[in-house]
Structure formats: C-alpha cells, structure tokens
Design a protein around this ligand. Structure first.
Ligand code: NAD
Length: 438
C-alpha cells in the first residue's frame, strides 16, 4: 500500500453528481439572520452569538481504495445552535464541500427546524469527495471512517445525521451500523433516513415532496384558489420534485410541466404522471428526454421556469431563478422545493413584482419533520403505519404555514422574512430561557 497525496478538494464537480450550493451561501444565511434580528430588535450580543456555529469539527480520513492505495479525504461536522434540542442535519458528499458551506447549511438547518417547531438545533456535515469516482466498497469504507471520526459528537441526544446531496438510506445504514459497533449497543436513533427495514420510517422517502404540496395547498386555500383550477410546473424530477408532482396531482392540481437534467416536457391539459413513470421505468438512463405523449411538447429547463402557471416549484438546484430570468417568471407563486433555488436578487425582483415565494426553510421542511418522527419511533421502539406518519406531517406543515403566514400579515413582510423572524425568535427565546453558562 502506498501513501498518496490528499485528493481532497481537487476533483472538478462531475455532471452526474448532484451539484451543491455555491459560495455566497453563508452570506445568504447571515443576511436572513440579519433581517430577522432587526425585525425582532434582537439584542446585538445574541445576534452576534447566532452568527457563529457552536462547534466545528474538521476530520481527515485515511481510506484504503480498491487498488490498495491509501487516499486522504477531508470531512466536517458543524453544529450551529443546540438551544432547542439535539443537533440535526444531513451529510453531503460533494467535491465542493467546505467548512464555510457546512457552517452556512448548519445555520439554515437551525432556522428550518425552528420554523416547523421541532425540538432540534441545526447541524450539517459532509465529506469533500467525488462520489461518482468511488466504488460502492470505497464509499462504504469512507462512510464508516467518517462516522468513526465524528462519533464523539453524534448520538440520539447529541446530534442526529441524515442523508443530503449524494448520500442516501444505504449511507445511513452504514453510519448506524458503525455507531452501533463502536458503542456495542444499538444506535438506531442516532441517524435518520435509514431503510425502513432498519428503523427507518414509512413515508420518509416522499416526505419533502409531500410537505411542499401541503404548504402550497395551504397557500391556495388562503388565497381562495381551488386545487382543480391550479396548474403546476416542477423543475427537478428527483426525490423531491417527483414526490411533489405526484402529491400535487393527487390533490387535483394539473401538473403541466416537469423537467430533469435532460430537459423537460409540457402539456397544457396536464401530464399523465403514471404514463411518465412507465416511460422512466424503461428509459435506460432513467431520464425524461425522449418522452412523448399526445399534446405534449419537449421544453428546456429555462422555458419551464418562464411558463404561465399558478405554481412554480424549483426542486432541482440552487440559484435557478436569478437576476437574469426573474423578470420572466410568470407564475402566481413560487414554492422553493430545492434549497436556495432563488438568488437574493431574484427574491427581491419577485417580491417587487408581487409574486409570492414560499421559502425553502418552510416549503422543504417535510423531510426533517419525518426525520423527527423516525427519531421518535426509534427511541420508542414502536413503529407507526404510513397513515399516522402522513397525518403528523400534515399537521406540522399546516401549522407551520399558518404560523409563518400570520407573522407575514402582522408585520407586512414576505413569507421568507416571516419564516426567519419566527425561527430566529424561537431560537433566541430558548437561549434566553436557558441563560448563558456558566
Ligand atoms: P435528486 O438528486 O434526487 O434530484 C435532483 C433532480 O434535479 C434530478 O431530477 C436531476 O435530473 C435534476 N437536475 C439536475 N440538474 C438539473 C438542471 N440543470 N436542470 C433541471 N433539473 C436538474 O435530489 P433531491 O433530493 O430531489 O434534492 C433536490 C433539491 O432539494 C436539493 O436542493 C436538495 O438540497 C433539496 N432538498 C432535498 C431534500 C430531500 O429530502 N431529499 C430535503 C430538503 C431539500
């Protein structure tokens, strides 16, 4: 075995790997905190405290590759604010993972958990790597070594990781097994997003998409609009976009356009999602390109964002609606399925144009809501049927929407500002109640 130089951070982002938020994320996260701090007239010292993570861990991971070489990888786990409960946040595998990005994402998780009133603080983790270049066995060894390295911080009452970009239920199963092995005891509740056969929760896979549709339907209800008279375009047909499209269709909305990395498809009368699924099941690459149906036309991703629809759901990548195209968005409302799909500039343009935006920290919180339910079930050792999970998700998302909407009305601010005000207010309250130790 030869020791080679670290490859961490060197690989260029690969097209087949889901891309991750870019620089500026920390500035955006802080800007949201600043807006809330001003609105709440937050004590400047408390404001300053919240700009910093409680704890940041950098780990260097030696991993034996399949050909016998040893490669070094760098990973992080950042815990932003644990005032409201154990830390919670995903693990990301991507070449662009950095400490700064992880800090920003951990901060966003604090606000997301607080908006939906979960007893969790925000955290995030990741390993700088290009998972497309790693074999299954290399990924497993990397995951187990990373888990060992962050183990001192992790546990059901300390910090509970979950999947994020380029990690999934299999990754969580490896993490859970590694933690259990180290501790010599079952560590089921130390990780969420696990397979259902290993302490995962029913309903977790579709929870983020389901949650998007729940809050969007609440928005329609408040505006006196009927789902049957609502057209929807969804950008991104992955875990989030796909589940959201199906949830909208189940609610009676017309899903008129969807797109993935290969392009999109539009049908003004509404797409037949079952027909689309049959096509995808047989498509060798599992992509939408090449799909045809009577009345359907192929469209580009850019065109999808500019369609005259009632609801536009960007559920693919960050920064998709920006200063370049925000003036051309013709939707009545935008529901942020992805994290940060609007740049700050686009957000201001849409606000000026009177287009409602349901912010990511509210709209896509369904995943962490069901992660919380998974943690509860694991700790109880008692598992719920899907109906109970769905009802609990529905209850929490509708309550969160009502809370945010009430703040927006009372203060005459956007839903994004209202969500931040609500979240930061809840976190600040918890800090005040605890007091500063010692
Ligand atoms: P995914 O990898 O399952 O799906 C991503 C989708 O986006 C795929 O359909 C892909 O083809 C498409 N895509 C990639 N590049 C594109 C492009 N240039 N134009 C159009 N489509 C493109 O990922 P996901 O889990 O669905 O996550 C999507 C977003 O939602 C990310 O921002 C993620 O951080 C966020 N999010 C996910 C969850 C979750 O539970 N999975 C929770 C909260 C937020």
């Amino acid at each position: 075995m030869s020791i080679v130089k670290s490859v961490s951070g060197n690989p260029a982002p690969a097209a087949a790997v889901v891309s991750a938020p870019v620089a500026g994320h920390l500035a955006d996260a802080r800007a949201l905190l600043d807006v809330a701090a001003e609105a709440l007239d937050l004590d400047p010292e408390l404001h300053e405290l919240l700009t910093r993570p409680e704890r940041s861990l950098t780990v260097n991971l030696p991993v034996v590759m399949d050909d016998g070489r040893l490669e070094m990888f760098t990973g992080f786990r950042v815990q932003h604010c644990g005032a409201r409960g154990p830390f919670k946040g995903g693990i990301r595998y991507h070449p662009s993972v950095s400490l700064e990005e992880t800090v920003a994402l951990a901060m966003v998780m604090t606000w997301k958990c607080a908006v939906v009133d979960l007893p969790f603080g925000g955290a995030k983790g990741g390993v700088r790597c290009d998972p497309r270049r790693l074999s299954r066995t290399e990924l497993e060894r990397l995951t187990r070594r990373y888990t060992l390295a962050i183990h001192p911080l992790i546990g059901p009452q300390r910090d509970v990781p979950a999947p994020d970009v380029n990690t999934d239920a299999r990754t969580m199963a490896w993490m859970m097994d590694t933690l259990s092995t180290i501790e010599g005891a079952s560590a089921l509740a130390s990780v969420t997003g696990k397979p259902v056969g290993l302490g995962g929760s029913l309903g977790r896979a579709s929870a983020t998409g389901d949650g998007i549709a729940i809050v969007a339907l609440e928005l329609l209800r408040e505006a006196g609009r009927r789902p049957e008279a609502t057209s929807v375009a969804v950008q991104g047909f992955g875990k989030v976009g796909r589940a959201a499209a199906h949830a909208f269709a189940r609610a009676g909305c017309r899903v008129v356009a969807v797109a993935d990395v290969s392009g999109g498809v539009h049908r003004a009368e509404g797409l037949d999602l079952a027909d689309l699924e049959r096509y995808l099941a047989e498509a060798p690459n599992g992509l939408l390109a090449g799909y045809t149906a009577p009345g359907a036309e192929a469209i580009s991703n850019e065109t999808l964002l500019e369609l005259p629809v009632d609801l536009l759901v960007p559920a693919a990548l960050e920064g998709q609606i920006n200063g370049e195209n925000a003036d051309r968005v013709r939707a009545w409302a935008v529901v942020e399925g992805a994290n940060g799909p609007l740049t700050r500039e686009a957000d201001a343009i849409l606000a000026r144009r009177g287009i409602t935006v349901v912010p990511d920290i509210l709209a896509n919180a369904g995943g962490v809501v069901v992660s919380h339910l998974e943690w509860v079930q694991d700790r109880q050792g008692l598992f719920w049927d899907e109906q109970r999970v769905d009802e609990a998700l529905h209850h929490r998302m509708t309550k969160a929407f009502a809370d945010v909407s009430a703040v927006a009305r009372e203060r005459n601010v956007t839903l994004r500002e209202a969500a931040a005000i609500l979240a930061v207010g809840r976190v600040a309250e918890a800090i005040r109640l605890r007091g500063i130790y010692p």
